[in-house]
Design a binder for this molecule. Structure first.
Ligand code: ZN
Length: 283
């Protein structure tokens, strides 16, 4: 067997030429304002190669002149994010559709209450509300998380992303953590690099640690509604189970941002819950 034949049998992705701008080093998300500054670095080369293709419902689609890969510039022009190839169809569907929330469903979501975790380069880009969803076609999804956002469906951390449409009913989910627990996880401090713990206790007395912003709980036969905040703070000396993150088991439904959507964020400084949490944690 010749060398040439062996090479032709390599998986296709190993034969692909990497893009000088997008893949060396491989970028997935960049600060666009920083990239625009000519410091003679690779990031500025990427800035020069990405050209606007079209305006989206929120933000702009860009294309790399060298390799044709697609990127999205966030609505406020700060974050440039690469679009995975397998998300282009959903991105186009998202762009063409109006993903609004019916007033009756909005009332239910407001009653459950949302939080605004920081996801993208420290930006608050989303309001997250855990719930159970029944579609008009009779499918029931529990747990689900409704994301009200200008962010398009391009994030690869979960494959369970759907567009918020054909919604028949919204109900509270037993997997949802109580609102005060969810708010505490959003504001939990980082105790070591990338680790922001919140100590919680189940109704049966079992303690757990939630890592960073969390909306749901489903572990060891215990669901979110049985979890409450612990008076005892997290300690490195204590060996506790770190609960599964939402993204390991939740389905995310993307709804369009709308005027006054921020009222669904119950962590706003003016909310009474925020004041209660401040006194709980003695901030
Ligand atoms: Zn490229």
């Amino acid at each position: 067997m010749s060398i040439e034949v062996i090479c032709s049998q390599l998986p296709s992705d190993t034969r692909e030429l990497k893009c000088r701008a997008c893949d060396d080093p491989p970028y997935t998300e960049v600060n666009w304002q920083y990239a625009s500054q000519d410091k003679g670095d690779k990031l500025h080369d990427l800035f020069n190669q990405l050209k606007p293709a079209r305006k989206l419902k929120f933000g702009h689609l860009y294309t790399c002149q060298l390799c044709g890969s697609n990127w999205v510039l966030s609505d406020e022009g700060r974050v440039m994010s690469r679009v995975p190839n397998d998300r282009m169809v959903m991105l186009d569907e998202w762009d063409a559709a109006k993903l609004s929330i019916d007033p009756e469903h909005l009332l239910v979501l407001d009653g459950i209450g949302g939080t605004a975790p920081r996801y993208w380069m420290g930006n608050k880009g989303v309001i997250s509300v855990p719930c159970a969803i029944s579609t008009r076609s009779g499918e029931r999804i529990d747990p689900a998380i409704v994301w009200i956002t200008r962010r398009p469906p391009i994030d690869a951390f979960t494959s369970r992303v759907r567009l918020y449409r054909d919604i028949g009913a919204i109900e509270p989910s037993r997997f949802a953590l109580p609102l005060d627990v969810r708010c505490a996880t959003v504001s939990a401090g980082e105790v070591s690099m990338g680790f922001s713990p919140t100590r919680v206790v189940a109704a049966n007395g079992t303690p757990f640690v939630l890592h960073w912003a969390t909306s749901l709980f489903n572990q060891a036969g215990i669901t979110g509604s049985e979890i409450h905040l612990s008076k005892k703070r997290f300690s490195r000396d204590e060996q506790l189970t770190i609960a599964e993150a939402d993204m390991t088991f939740a389905a995310y439904f993307l709804a369009d941002w709308f005027e006054n959507a921020e009222n669904l964020d119950k962590m706003q400084p003016q909310s009474s819950l925020y004041s209660k949490l401040r006194s709980f944690w003695k901030w």
